[in-house]
Write a new protein. Structure first.
Length: 456
């Protein structure tokens, strides 16, 4: 797999999403500094907590993932993006809907219009991606055995993409693709998230939902685990092996992880749904706990799969950008352990906030930051210098990013997550303010480091 081919969209398509996501991250850091009290007095319809969490999930994580998918799906499928015009329209619609939604949450007014615009934008995104991957539009040349071709190897190392084996003139059946399976499941859960989010936006403000806290947990499970977790893990099975030059590894742990995460999430959704529609139903807590434990097993299986992938790597040095993904995996385990604890025992609202931070900021956020330090430099390098190879001296992709600054960001963001966790658990606003300052420092360093790539 490559990051760029002749099927790729114009560079402005993914970049507008990726850089806007960084700007939102800076805004989130500023909100934490000036509204730290919102993280000590939890109320899920808080005029600060709701905007903050949706800026994190929709404004940073999902916006960045959509931009990355517009870039990577044409590469993976070897097909031209169905419509770059739709991709542009999705960006502006999505931002308009997000701004409306955040304003409605902050002013405690009806949010269904903003949620509706975001839903339309996401549906257009799904249509663009679905038509792009439609087999009728062309036949992709499938890679055998999960082989990944890496144009990022400065020494020329790569994994060739081999044609499928042919026996007696009949093409062998290709085995399912692990990464694609995760991404397909993630997209399905994204669609379900749209439905649940729209119901929440239309019903919670008017108190039409009888058990809003349970409905919130259902929304978090589908959006956080089903969409964010699945799509990040799916991308990791594509990108990590490519960046570390790993191939020929067994995927048993990866498929086990997929089965466990999917099964556990289905049980969680069933558990919360039963609580919503059959209030007073007794003796069903075991369903939620079983779901949480199965999800934890899936997370552990994912960690084992990552260990196998790293063990098979030919590029021995681990760059700071990849250490972000390693730290992200550790935060995923922490989130899984906290999730099981909350399902098994009584807990405070502070633990719920820490769970969200570990899963969204620690896992998804750290992974996104790390991968952007690899993806953006290469995309810019390919766009600017690939046609000049052999004609003049060109920089290497690793020269496009400031490595010392990346190391600093790694420590700063980890420190911010640790400090904000301590502040929330200790219920001390001052510590949370310090964490916001640390996050702002890391975010500005991140913005400078990535934006500086465009000057090279």
């Amino acid at each position: 797999m490559q990051l760029v081919t002749d099927k790729s969209p114009k560079l402005t398509i993914p970049f507008r999403y990726l850089f806007t996501g960084i700007a939102v991250l800076v805004a989130i850091s500023i909100i934490i500094i000036f509204k730290a009290h919102a993280l000590t007095g939890f109320f899920f319809r808080s005029a600060v907590f709701l905007p903050l969490t949706h800026l994190l999930t929709l404004g940073w994580i999902t916006l960045t993932i959509i931009g990355a998918m517009f870039q990577l799906i044409p590469v993976v499928t070897e097909k031209v993006l169905f419509s770059e015009s739709i991709a542009k329209a999705v960006y502006y619609l999505y931002l308009a809907g997000l701004a409306w939604l955040i304003y409605a949450f902050a002013s405690n007014t009806q949010a269904d219009a903003g949620a509706g615009i975001i839903s339309i934008a996401i549906l257009l995104f799904l249509v663009d991606i679905a038509v792009t991957i439609n087999p009728v539009r062309g036949q992709r040349h499938p890679a055998a055995g999960g082989g990944l071709q890496s144009p990022l190897a400065s020494n020329g190392d790569s994994h060739g993409i081999e044609p499928p084996a042919v026996s007696n003139g009949v093409k062998d059946i290709q085995k399912p693709d692990l990464a694609v399976s995760y991404v397909i499941a993630a997209v399905l859960f994204l669609f379900l998230t749209i439905i649940i989010g729209s119901i929440a936006a239309a019903g919670l403000h008017q108190h039409m939902v009888d058990n809003p806290v349970t409905f919130l947990f259902l929304h978090i499970a589908v959006a956080g685990i089903g969409w964010v977790c699945f799509v990040v893990i799916g991308f990791s099975f594509r990108l990590i092996p490519m960046f570390i030059l790993s191939h020929g590894y067994d995927e048993t742990y990866g498929w086990t992880s997929f089965a466990m995460l999917l099964s556990g999430l289905i049980l969680l959704v069933l558990y919360f749904t039963l609580q919503l529609f059959i209030p007073g139903l007794n003796d069903i807590d075991w369903i939620g706990l079983a779901g949480g434990i199965i999800i934890l097993i899936g997370i552990i299986s994912y960690i084992f799969q990552m260990h196998v992938i790293y063990k098979q790597r030919t590029r021995r040095q681990i760059e700071p950008a990849l250490w972000f993904s390693i730290c992200a995996t550790a935060y995923l385990l922490v989130a899984g352990l906290i999730g099981v604890w909350m399902l098994a025992f009584q807990h405070s609202f502070r633990l719920e906030i820490v769970y969200v931070i570990a899963g969204l900021f620690g896992f998804a956020g750290m992974y996104i930051i790390g991968m952007m330090h690899k993806i953006v430099p290469f995309l810019h390098w390919y766009n600017k210098y690939s046609s000049k190879i052999g004609l003049e001296k060109v920089p290497m992709t690793k020269d496009m990013i400031n490595t010392p600054f990346t190391w600093i960001q790694l420590f700063v963001f980890n420190a911010g997550i640790i400090i904000i966790t301590a502040g929330i658990m200790a219920n001390m606003t001052g510590i949370i303010v310090v964490s916001g300052i640390v996050f702002l420092t890391g975010s500005l360093l991140f913005l400078w480091n990535i934006a500086n790539v465009l000057r090279k």
